[in-house]
Design a protein around this ligand. Structure first.
Ligand SMILES: [Zn+2]
Length: 255
């Protein structure tokens, strides 16, 4: 569900969904990706929080996986002022050692506010970053490394970040997986390395990655360190918990 499109077929007049009016809902728009032939329609035009574009069902298919990578961030469901990326990262990367039996139980939120919750998953953070440049004073560019800021991160990724990537292959004789960043195929794309804290977790993802044909986008939250690999990969992190990885495949396949 993209948040940008063009008004004209020559793709010179870019329009953001949040800047549209109700009248625009009747119009045809053009996919924001260069050379993509998809025709777009506007959903919730005039509603700056909920407006987004969608491919017309009769239109040609999107040319790139990035056309619809934005997902759908339902901003009105979350309390922006409670968003704290550092706290969420710590919780997801180093979860309490005792396994939780009920999802969501005991996740106390800050007092005050109208009962709306904070963003709590990697996928929600990703969709937020694809929609907004800033959120609760965080810069999306500081949180998410994807194809849009590849120039900034292509030589290294450090600290708590979400990285958009696709699976490449297992490291021989190691419980680690090499990924393509930011996608595959991608001109001069880079590799990153995922280490797994347990053999069990590694094999769980090994089988999931095997099913992706190298092209399905995956997002990974990690505490990244730069690599000593002489260019084989630019950064690595350790996966301790399934909360750090999300497959975007399902959202993309329906759009
Ligand atoms: Zn497209």
């Amino acid at each position: 569900m993209p948040y940008k499109a063009y008004r004209d077929i020559n793709k010179t007049l870019e329009i953001r969904a949040c800047d549209t009016t109700i009248e625009d809902t009747k119009k045809t728009f053009y996919c924001s990706t260069k050379d993509c032939k998809a025709l777009m329609t506007l959903v919730n035009g005039g509603d700056s929080e909920r407006a987004h574009f969608r491919r017309r069902s009769s239109s040609p298919k999107h040319s790139s996986i990035f056309c619809s990578a934005d997902g759908n961030f339902a901003s009105t469901e979350y309390d922006e002022s409670q968003f704290n990326f550092d706290d969420i990262s710590t919780k997801l990367i180093d979860p309490p050692s005792k396994p939780k039996r009920k999802v969501g139980k005991g996740t106390a939120t800050l007092t005050g506010g109208g009962g709306k919750k904070s963003i709590s998953t990697v996928h929600q953070i990703y969709c937020m970053c694809r929609k907004y440049d800033t959120y609760n004073n965080y810069l999306s560019n500081d949180i998410l490394a994807d194809e849009r800021n590849f120039a900034r991160y292509r030589n290294g990724i450090v600290g708590n970040k979400i990285v958009q990537c696709t699976p490449y292959h297992k490291f021989k004789d190691e419980f680690a997986y090499k990924m393509n960043y930011p996608s595959f195929p991608y001109p001069n794309g880079k590799h990153i390395r995922l280490n797994f804290s347990t053999e069990k977790l590694f094999w769980e993802y090994y089988h999931k990655f095997k099913d992706t044909n190298h092209k399905d986008l995956i997002i990974v939250l990690g505490n990244w360190t730069s690599s000593q690999s002489n260019g084989e990969y630019i950064a690595e992190c350790t996966i301790n918990s399934s909360g750090q990885i999300h497959f975007l495949k399902n959202e993309n396949s329906i759009l």
